[in-house]
Design a protein around this ligand. Sequence first.
Ligand code: ADP
Length: 469
Amino acid sequence: MSLRARLTILYSSLVGGILLLFGVVVYQLVSINLINQIDELLVQTAVDLVDNTEFNAIGGLDMASEPEFELATNVYIQLWERDAGLRFASASILHLRDPLAPLDRLPAAPIYRDVHIGAARLRVLSVPLSLGNRVVGTLQVGVNLAFVESTQKALLTVLIVGTLTSMILAGIALWVATYRALASLDRATDAALQITRADDLSQRIPYDAPAGDEIGDLVRAFNQTLGRLENLFHTQRRFVADVGHELRTPLTVIKGNATLLRKMGCSDEEALGSIESEVDRLTRMIGDLLLLASVESGKLPLAHHLVELDTLLLEVMQQTRVLALDRIKMRLGNIDQILVCGDRDRLKQVLLNLIDNAIKYTPPGGEVVVGLEKIDQRCQITIIDTGPGIPPEDLPHIFDRFYRAEKSRTRSHDGKGFGLGLSIAYWIVKHHDGIIEVESTMGQGTTFYVWLPLAQGDCQTNSSLVLGS
Ligand code: ADP
């Protein structure tokens, strides 16, 4: 769920919660207040009626006369004598023969009860009437609570509707208010993604913000990190280039001297052979490192000519067949005629590296199939092998420099692998606006895909393209 949606839900729930709490308090206060008023009315009516009640000669009860004061229409009265039963009832409940509230035990003190009579709810006050120490009867005064109930219902409706409306309004207000703030965050995210996609650390996220703006602070901090990373990358590339250049000279000297010693015939042939082969290996590695450093930094000059990819692929197949010998079967799949714009030598280097790897990692009796197909406005080169496959945990790293899968690492100094070939291929393809992908299943084999855009026109407009970083 988006941050904006989460904030909106949180904010409206908070507003709803506060209003609900407030509503409960208001509802309770109003209810208590109304009941208090009813109780006051009951007491007042009871006092007036008791004043109006007399005892006859034999200690029975008598309502002296109809109450002199005006009874409200929702007030009901019953006078019960202990032995004689109902002695008086107000006009509106003349038909009612049962007590308003239970009379099972004559109360010794006034008592309030909420009772239901038919559909009506009544609050009834029962007052004991005594002669000396003897309770001789009970006066019951009841009030219909319909007014209280309708007031409570109306209040409840207002509180619920008010709370829901406030929650919706608060949600809309926050949704609108966060739009502006989060839109700048979206823009910053887009810019950051573009920088990542273009692998261009020299770009910065544009954001104009007044001091104290949190998103502005975040963007500034991110831009500073980018600046620092850019510096580190520059330093690293310079370091690789410098070390490469520095190592080249002593290697040339060692190689020259080893050759001289051999010519003079004054040393052990095997030792000299070993020195020469290690020097060759190191020289190749330094060559690859220097190439990688310049292709990564975009400083490698690339020619930009029409290249017949099918012819180039056949040429590479011809060359690499020597490596496969009878050990591995080399087969051509679908080969379409395809023209791309690019640097023939560098593209050849990519193909050589991928096919060489396929042969190198496929065990005897295996097969390597190479294909070239046109798909929409692009072409797809596929190199399929039946080798051991690449472990899933290594797959995301194989285009990193010096990365070698566990198995390859343990086979020390086999062939010429340093873990640089795929990094170089990745950068060359990238600077041809292409993509290189890999799929692998352990125990079944690996497929590399290289996607390149087809040539549009004759490529002459950019005939001396030099890569920009
Ligand atoms: P290397 O010189 O070691 O072959 P690369 O950069 O060409 O270096 O390849 C990196 C790693 O990717 C290799 O060490 C190997 O583990 C793995 N790899 C590349 N191609 C294949 C393949 N066709 N089959 C299995 N593993 C491969």
